[in-house]
Ligand binder design. Structure first.
Ligand code: GBH
Length: 472
């Protein structure tokens, strides 16, 4: 555990701006457990994981990291590894067991205690209001996000939580990764993994809609975001800060020259038309509506104004490049370059590796939409972590990944891109959705039989980087 005591070995050229947040992230269903305790209602992920065959090895989040009971130990570990911010999510069915109606005080109390514990440890709490665990009742009654009623119920819940927790939590992310739960939950996603190969990914509620129906679900999701922003502004204390946490598809310029960069910006804007672009611009692009034709979503101008309510910051989860581009003279002004079959990858099947995405993602946000405050709400990788004979976990590939990604992020801040913080996904190994407990993303290893936690080599790297506020 010995690291340079003085920090004198780190060049000042590799430092982040003063006040930069060094965070870690998790989500409720992936770590809490206590799936039916203290009045919590069922979520669509409780239902989905309990159906045999949906999840690798039929695993589920019933117990997960038992964080609901071990949160004090977990906060102490976060402090120990140097985190200054923590992004957690609130489980909607803990607060409103039926999605709407009477709130459950015990559920709310858990997050109040968690926030107090964090503040006591000098860690700033950032709450995500929707990380995919929709109350099952809303799925049963409305078909979930197929209905506008779910967007309205989400806003009521968001306003209530921000009002109740407002004295303790000052930063909120409305919704995590729109495409992951919309396309993933209501159709399934074909992920390009190079060499012309795609893999099919999905999740709860496991509905299979046609393309024509999916556009309306997307619209309800961004509408839910916008309505939630309005509700939080109305109910939370003045000064409360709000954004979303979106996994935008990022086009990388093949060459770093103005014409390639412009092509990449154009492509990024088009490829995010259904979520990021409409939230930032308040309109669906002409191309999006033209391609949809008769399948365009139904929407009003008033809804578009709500969807694009001004935000305090923009959050993006950055894992992989979407694709590469080169400029063309023909519309749309760019050509997509296929990802090669031999492209480097991290452990997850979808995880195409190019650390440069950590430079271009925030830079595109600044140049396309003029973002003035950006958070990297997630970045991380799975690795083949095992406890060695000496009791340590030697995740050298994750250290490589961290150093490479943060090096690119630091390059962005040096270029004047306004990035205010970084959250590593995840503080600890946890329930990785359809992959079960197999894909470990943590800085801290978890033995799921004993619930023992062991900080990995990467946690040591993170601690030193946070201490120096620099790439180390
Ligand atoms: C995030 O998903 C989630 O927010 C988090 O809950 C999860 O545990 C973590 O990351 C690690 O997986 O991008 O073309 O490959 C982000 C990763 C985004 C990966 C959607 C699969 C499918 C399309 N997922 N992606 S593609």
């Amino acid at each position: 555990m010995s690291t340079a005591a003085t920090g004198s070995s780190t060049s000042t050229r590799r430092r982040f701006p003063e006040g930069f947040y060094w965070g870690v992230a998790t989500s409720s269903y992936q770590i809490e457990g206590a799936w039916d305790e203290d009045g919590k209602g069922m979520s669509i992920w409780d239902t989905f994981t309990h159906v045999p065959g949906n999840i690798k090895n039929n695993e589920n989040g019933d117990v997960a990291n038992d964080h609901y009971h071990r949160y004090q130990e977990d906060v102490a570990l976060m402090k120990d590894i140097g985190a200054t911010a923590y992004r957690f999510s609130v489980a909607w069915p803990r607060i409103f067991p039926d999605g709407t109606g009477a709130p459950n005080v015990k559920g709310l109390d858990f997050y109040a205690r968690l926030a107090d514990e964090l503040r006591g440890a000098g860690i700033e709490p950032f709450a995500t209001l929707y990380h995919w665990d929709l109350p099952q009742t809303l799925q049963d009654e409305y078909g979930g996000w197929e209905s506008k009623d779910t967007a309205k119920a989400f806003a009521d819940y968001a306003g209530y939580v921000s009002e109740q927790l407002g004295d303790r939590v000052g930063h909120y992310f409305t919704i995590n990764e729109f495409a992951s739960f919309v396309e993933g939950g209501y159709q399934g996603i074909d992920s390009d993994v190079g060499g012309g190969k795609t893999i099919h990914l999905g999740g709860a509620p496991g509905v299979r809609l046609a393309d024509s129906e999916l556009k309306q679900v997307r619209h309800h999701a961004v509408l839910g975001h916008g309505l939630a922003v309005e509700a939080i502004r109305a109910q939370a204390p003045a000064g409360t800060k709000i954004g979303f946490a979106e996994n935008m598809r990022v086009a990388l310029p093949l060459v770093d020259t103005p014409d390639y960069v412009e092509a990449a910006e154009r492509a990024t804007r088009n490829h995010n038309a259904g979520f990021m672009t409409v939230m930032m611009e308040g309109r669906y692009t002409d191309e999006y509506l033209a391609t949809a034709g008769g399948d365009s979503p139904n929407f009003t101008d008033e809804e578009l104004r709500t969807i694009s309510s001004p935000l305090d910051f923009v959050g993006i989860n950055v894992y992989r490049p979407g694709f590469y581009v080169e400029p063309t003279d023909e519309p749309p002004g760019y050509r997509e370059i296929p990802i090669n079959a031999s492209h480097p990858k991290m452990k997850s099947s979808w995880h195409v590796l190019d650390p440069e995405v950590m430079y271009w993602a925030p830079r595109h946000l600044q140049s396309i939409w003029g973002a003035t405050s950006i958070f990297i709400t997630e970045n991380g990788c799975a690795a083949s972590d095992v406890v060695a004979a000496d009791g340590r976990v030697y995740d050298s590939d994750r250290v490589m990944f961290l150093r490479a990604c943060l090096g690119q992020l630091q390059r962005a801040t040096t270029d004047g891109v306004p990035v205010d913080g970084y959250f590593y996904w995840s503080s600890q190994d946890n329930f990785e959705w359809i992959d079960g407990y197999g894909n470990r993303f943590g800085l801290i290893y978890v033995d799921f039989d004993t619930q023992q936690r062991i900080p990995k080599l990467s946690a040591e790297w993170f601690r030193e980087a946070a201490r120096q506020n620099a790439v180390v």
